[in-house]
Structures are given as C-alpha cells and as structure tokens.
Design a protein around this ligand. Structure first.
Ligand SMILES: [Fe+2]
Ligand SMILES: [Fe+2]
Length: 195
C-alpha cells in the first residue's frame, strides 16, 4: 500500500470512531445507559490511535516530505493547527470524563459508577470530536487525492515514508497495540447503546 493510501485508509477508522463518539454523545443527552468504561475506550483510541499514531505519522513523516511540493505548505499549516485543536478536545474530554467517575463507589463486578455531576460536558466534547474528525479527514482526503493525481511523491519518497511509518508505529506501542486499537473500534460498534 502506498504511503498516501495508507493514510486515506486510516481516515476510514477515524470516521468510524467519530460516528461512535457522536452516537455516544446523543445517548448521553437522552440519558441512555452507557458504561463509563466504553467512553474511556473512546478516549484511549482517540489519544493513541488518532492523536499519537495517525497524526504523528502525518506530522513526522508525511507532511515534512510533501511540504516543499506544489505550494502545499499552506494546506499543511492548517492541518497542523487542526491537529492541535483535536488534541485540545481530547484533553478536555479526558478531564471531564474523570470528573464524572465516582471513585468511591467502584464495584468489582459492576465496574465504574457515574457520580451525580452533569454529563453535558462529556457529551459536548464527544460531539465536538466527531465534528472535528469528519471535517479534518474530509479536508485531508482532498489533499491526499491531489497528491495522488499529481503524482507528487517519487517512488523513493514513497518507500521512505512507508518505512518511517513503521518507526512511528513502534513509538506508539507497535503492531499489536495498533491492531488492538482497531479491534476496540469494532468492539464499540457492537455495544448495545450503539444500536
Ligand atoms: Fe491530520
Ligand atoms: Fe489524517
């Protein structure tokens, strides 16, 4: 798979995660019974798969190589700002989620319990992340397809990038960890509250 196709494929996973976040947000607004643990999984996959792995590959490998070409630098500058926005939302989501856990009432069999605080901030940040995910990947898709159409990357650059991706993957826990993240997306899609 080419270095560009690889990122395009990962966008499909980012968008699946966005749909999960949106559904979860809707569920919280309508008082559906959603386990805190499931939202923690969403938060982990956002942090590890999207922020660290996928955006890391773009920031450390793909963008530095494509920046010099065909005046792409302005697009890339915007994408980097958007990554920061994504990370900010993810951080706020994590913080608000932690505030909602009743740490005193943990039950070995039933798991974590919600406290009585307002769930609205978590619902809001989940929704923000869903909007961010679809908006950002949509714009990048256009950019990646332009690169493909213009054949902007040489074969050597492409090979170099794919190799660099492997390094990025090792930095975030390796192949098994990334496969686990993708498996978790499927797990969340099968949860009762997703239906
Ligand atoms: Fe990106
Ligand atoms: Fe991306």
């Amino acid at each position: 798979m080419s270095s560009t196709e690889n990122l395009l494929q990962e966008h499909l996973i980012v968008r699946r995660l966005g749909s999960i976040a949106k559904k979860c947000s809707d569920g919280l607004y309508t008082n559906k019974n959603i386990p805190i643990e499931d939202i923690q999984i969403i938060s982990v996959v956002i942090e590890e798969f999207v922020d660290a792995f996928h955006h890391g590959k773009e920031e450390n490998a793909y963008f530095p190589i494509t920046k010099e070409k065909n005046s792409f630098s302005e697009d890339i500058r915007k994408f980097l700002i958007e990554h920061e926005l994504g990370r900010r939302i993810a951080k706020m989501l994590r913080r608000e989620l932690d505030l909602l856990i009743d740490h005193k009432r943990y039950d070995k069999y039933e798991g974590l319990k919600w406290n009585n605080k307002n769930k609205e901030p978590v619902a809001r940040f989940l929704k923000s992340y869903a909007v961010f995910g679809s908006d950002h990947t949509g714009k990048e898709d256009v950019f990646f397809k332009t690169i493909q159409e213009k054949d902007s990357l040489s074969e050597e650059e492409d090979i170099q990038l794919v190799k660099h991706y492997e390094l990025c993957r090792n930095q975030v826990g390796g192949k098994a960890r990334i496969e686990e993240m993708i498996r978790l997306v499927g797990y969340l899609e099968d949860r009762e509250w997703m239906k």
